[in-house]
Design a protein around this ligand. Structure first.
Ligand SMILES: [Zn+2]
Length: 476
């Protein structure tokens, strides 16, 4: 579908998240202004070259024409391509919810560091020079342009654009956004959910989700739109019980180790808090809890400054738990990797695609006393998926074949995403002309769209449901 010439406002889905799970980027253009809603990295199975090519590809728009970029929450697939906009000439405010800047900075700096390593590896492997996608200089520039705004207030940016952040319940300070775009004497509202939290389970440190009730165009994420197993509080409680007994059996009875690979931001802090709930008040629990992710440690420090009220009190208690060892030094990390005494290890990345969790996986895999407890999404062909499937006897890791003997636990309730039933309920209640589905693979979006259309008609509404892809353009 193409916009008509009379359409004043054009919306185009220019990131991979148009038809996949990662890589958000929505381009909005009027005769007077152009802006972006998010600009995130495409993250796949860890094939460095294909990710490099996709993330380093030219933008469909001219970065210097962009007047604003909205970033709704601090996850890489939503904001980590923004420094590249600065590298390519954009000089515009980056607008994020209050409390985002310290975490965004940690993520962007880590991303620049990984990009430098990846560029070096690619250059070596293919015998030609690959430049890093962006560097610390571009991160610094981006941070200088980052502006934070409070949740819930309508902010007038200029005569054409107003916006409001609405809590999404996804992770700390995460927002949905309503953008009011004025052309002539007509104002249209574009609502975008970014990532939504799971309201069945009150997650640690996330805000409380609030629905958006109406918009002209409603753009909704569908990360779990194709997942029919619903993660409720009951499932979560079972998972927590399972994790507790796995740790007790493995570390205390079998004298093995338990690795919990986690994303460094948010998931690892939440998991640390759950471990504290299980064992923090039990003086007989002597097992060390290794928190071995340098970026995660920086996020832990930022949490201390950013959290308020009951959350701050809880986090303080967690940080004072004597069993926790925060590890940043690479030599100390190496020593722990080679130490086969009982330990619970939180390390990143969550999909074992890079980082220290990979080194721990290599150390633990060969011994059937050990357990890897997965607590998040893993894309096909990532090391996490291969280990979870358990079909292969040996796995090549760091140039060596390792026996795939350790046990595996999959805790699927630890998602910070809204579940299928919640998405159906929320999206079918919004008063709007169109619901545009993003952040999901095409097959599950199509299947979800059929059920959503039914829900919409049950509620006597007329919103049209569209599964967008990268060639979809909308005129208003
Ligand atoms: Zn997210």
């Amino acid at each position: 579908m193409s916009p008509k010439s009379k359409d004043k406002i054009q919306i185009q889905f220019v990131g991979e998240a148009a038809s996949e799970v990662t890589g958000s980027c929505i381009w909005v253009k009027t005769p007077h202004i152009e802006f972006l809603i998010e600009c995130g990295l495409y993250q796949s199975s860890g094939n460095i070259l294909s990710e490099y090519k996709i993330n380093n590809a030219p933008f469909k728009f001219k970065p210097k024409n962009i007047s604003y970029v909205f970033g709704c929450h601090c996850h890489g697939d939503h904001i980590l391509r923004i420094p590249l906009l600065f590298k390519r000439g954009m000089r515009a405010p980056v607008i994020m919810p209050a409390g985002s800047a310290p975490i965004a900075q940690i993520l962007m700096e880590d991303s620049a560091r990984i990009m430098a390593c990846d560029a070096l590896d690619l250059s070596k492997q293919y015998g030609r020079e690959y430049a890093p996608i962006y560097t610390q200089d571009h991160v610094d520039m981006c941070m200088a342009y980052l502006r934070e705004y409070p949740m819930g207030e309508i902010i007038q940016l200029d005569e054409y654009v107003k916006f409001r952040f609405v809590p999404s319940g996804h992770i700390m300070n995460a927002a949905q956004i309503e953008i009011f775009v004025t052309e002539g004497n007509i104002t249209k509202t574009i609502a975008y959910t970014s990532d939504l939290g799971n309201t069945h389970i009150k997650p640690y440190y996330a805000n409380d989700f609030e629905p958006i009730h109406k918009a002209n165009i409603f753009i909704g994420e569908t990360t779990y739109g194709g997942e029919h197993r619903i993660a409720t509080q009951r499932v979560r409680n079972k998972d927590l019980q399972k994790l507790k007994s796995v740790i007790e059996n493995t570390c205390q009875n079998d004298r093995g180790r338990v690795l919990i690979p986690c994303f460094a931001n948010s998931r690892s802090q939440v998991m640390l808090t759950h471990l504290y709930d299980m064992f923090g008040e039990d003086p007989s629990f002597k097992v060390p809890v290794l928190f071995d992710t340098p970026m995660g440690v920086r996020v832990c420090e930022a949490y201390r400054r950013l959290l308020t009220g009951e959350d701050a009190k809880k986090w303080d208690k967690v940080l004072q738990w004597p069993n926790i060892k925060f590890i940043t030094d690479p030599m100390e990390s190496k020593a722990w990797q080679n130490d086969d005494n009982p330990a619970v290890i939180i390390s990143s990345s969550g999909m074992l695609t890079h980082g220290r969790s990979r080194a721990y996986a290599k150390a633990l895999l060969g011994d059937s006393r050990n357990v890897i407890a997965f607590c998040g999404f893993s894309v096909d062909n990532s090391l996490a998926s291969i280990i979870k499937e358990g079909k292969v006897k040996t796995i090549k890791l760091g140039g060596k074949r390792v026996a795939n003997r350790c046990r595996v636990v999959d805790l699927h309730s630890f998602t910070s995403h809204a579940q299928r039933d919640e998405l159906l309920n929320y999206y079918s209640n919004v008063d709007c002309e169109k619901v545009l589905l993003v952040h999901g693979d095409m097959d599950s979006k199509r299947e979800f769209a059929i059920d959503l259309e039914q829900e919409i008609s049950k509620k006597d509404k007329t919103s049209k449901v569209v599964c967008v892809n990268k060639s979809y353009m909308l005129g208003l």
